[in-house]
Design a binder for this molecule. Structure first.
Ligand code: NAD
Length: 464
């Protein structure tokens, strides 16, 4: 039996371990979930909601231990761990309310005497495949609404975060009294995920992760005619207009690019700045970046922790050095000995550079100077991704007008790119996702399917 180790990303210490799930055990987990689902869906909404509220209470009771686990297993500062725990709690409470939303609507019928109902029914077993960066909340964002609406869930977290992304969630729902089998966790890498995707009893695959893996899952699921929902990568932009308050813009810019070492799908990987404020903006952003302390967030009061692994560290270092070889200037920051990476500000970039075109997933802020608003919009929209963008301006109306013209599923005026709320329609377009949204009532469409049901008192007359 293979064992997966959960490591402290700063010190390398072992935090615990889980058994990797074998292919046969993945099948058994899916089959247990399929068996348990109908009984779970048959409970009253109040019974399902009560389990979700108890899970929220259990999360509260475990907050201190979970905080330490997230800090160490994901390498994040405590504030990010607190955000995850708070957001996961919010997901559970919103999902408890979702359980009692109307499950059907009466549709007008063109047939006299026909009662026509558009019902919402659960999909069955939802497979959730999640990344390592926000393991608790990105799992909960699927599990809570899917369960609320009568589905069973089989979760596969990233092998980087088997505890905060998997085992901790299993313990939470067990303590909350969820019937056995309704929520299963399987542990492992790509092969375990692939098994979940192809298993005939998983009705839907909800995937959060990289665009490359999302594309391969979509191809497999497409061949099987299985529903998929994809939350993928981004190459998000922060636009600073000529009327922006430069200090405020630099604060928003620093948070957008450096928050959690730049390792989120909603990190700003491109700063598009009007020439009128470019020098002042770059100076303010550089000063903020240089002042951030980097180190072990478990033992020190730092602003940034370690990179998730050596591979991500090496990739970001390579993107940065390739940009420098192509004429870019690094004003501050860059790779330190693994696992650390100081927040970097990079100028003299051009849109052909990989540093500009690809998702960097590290604390790097490349800045491109533009002559006017139209050029800013053109530059931002020149990407295959489409997750989130932000606009900073003194004129909110102007900001909204620009935000509406930016390619993406989400846009913010005068705030950072990393934003999420339980009720927000979160998601991307293009290479950032299939266009589905999670959050609020969008979860009804995500985790149920329609069944058309009619009943007629007297059958109509047919010709034969
Ligand atoms: P990843 O794509 O490497 O892995 C994500 C998950 O998929 C992991 O659990 C992994 O084990 C599994 N997996 C890998 N190959 C698989 C396969 N062939 N079949 C089935 N499952 C497979 O991503 P990551 O490195 O864990 O996370 C970083 C990526 O996630 C970034 O690109 C980031 O932008 C994206 N992300 C997107 C969102 C969003 O909401 N849009 C949120 C967070 C992260």
């Amino acid at each position: 039996m293979t064992t997966l180790l959960a490591l402290d990303k700063a010190s390398g210490a072992t935090l615990g371990s889980v058994a990797a799930t074998t292919a046969a055990d993945v099948d058994a987990a899916v089959e247990r979930a399929a068996q348990a689902q109908a009984g779970w869906a048959a409970l009253t909404y109040a019974e399902r909601a009560a389990v979700l509220r108890r899970a929220a209470a259990e999360l509260g009771a475990r907050a201190a231990a979970l905080r330490e686990l997230i800090v160490r297993e994901t390498g994040s500062i405590p504030g990010k761990a607190d955000y995850e725990i708070g957001a996961a709690t919010g997901e559970l409470y919103e999902a408890a309310g979702l359980a009692s939303r109307p499950v059907a609507e009466v549709r007008p019928s063109n047939h006299a005497g026909r009662f026509s109902l558009a019902e919402r029914v659960p999909l069955g077993v939802v497979a959730a495949i999640t990344p390592w960066n926000f393991p608790l909340v990105l799992g909960m964002r699927v599990i809570a609404p899917a369960l609320a609406l009568g589905n069973a869930v089989v979760l596969k977290p990233s092998p980087e975060t088997p505890l905060s992304g998997g085992a901790a969630l299993a313990e939470l729902f067990e303590a909350a009294g969820l019937p056995p089998g309704v929520f299963e966790v399987v542990q492992g890498g790509a092969e375990v995920g692939e098994r979940l995707v192809v298993h005939p009893a998983t009705a839907m695959v909800h995937f959060t992760g990289s665009t490359a893996v999302g594309r391969s899952i979509a191809a497999t699921a497409g061949g099987l005619l299985k529903k998929v929902s994809l939350e993928l990568g981004g190459n998000n932009a922060l636009v600073v207009l000529d009327d922006a308050d430069v200090e405020q813009a630099a604060m928003i810019g620093a948070w957008s690019s450096f928050h959690y070492q730049g390792q989120t799908c909603i990190t700003a990987g491109r700063h598009v700045v009007h020439a009128a404020v470019a020098d002042a903006y770059v100076a303010a952003l550089t000063a903020r970046a240089a002042a951030i302390r980097v180190g072990d967030p478990h033992t020190d009061a730092v602003g940034l922790g370690p990179m998730i692994n050596g591979r991500q560290h090496a990739r970001a270092a390579e993107l940065l050095s390739a940009a420098v070889a192509d004429g870019a200037t690094v004003l501050t920051g860059g790779p330190e000995p693994v696992p650390y990476f100081r927040p970097a500000v990079v100028t003299s970039v051009h849109p052909g550079m990989r540093l500009w075109r690809e998702e960097i997933f590290a604390p790097v802020a490349p800045v491109l100077v533009v002559a006017d608003e139209e050029e800013a919009i053109r530059v931002v929209n020149d990407t295959e991704y489409g997750l989130v963008n932000s606009v900073v301006t003194a004129d909110q109306r102007r900001g909204l007008a620009v935000a509406r013209r930016l390619r993406g599923g989400m846009a913010h005026v005068n705030d950072a790119t990393p934003q999420d709320e339980a009720l927000a329609p979160f998601g991307g377009i293009g290479q950032s996702g299939l266009g589905g949204r999670s959050g609020g009532d969008d979860n009804l469409d995500e985790f149920t399917q329609r069944r058309w049901l009619t009943t007629t008192e007297v059958a109509p007359h047919y010709p034969y």
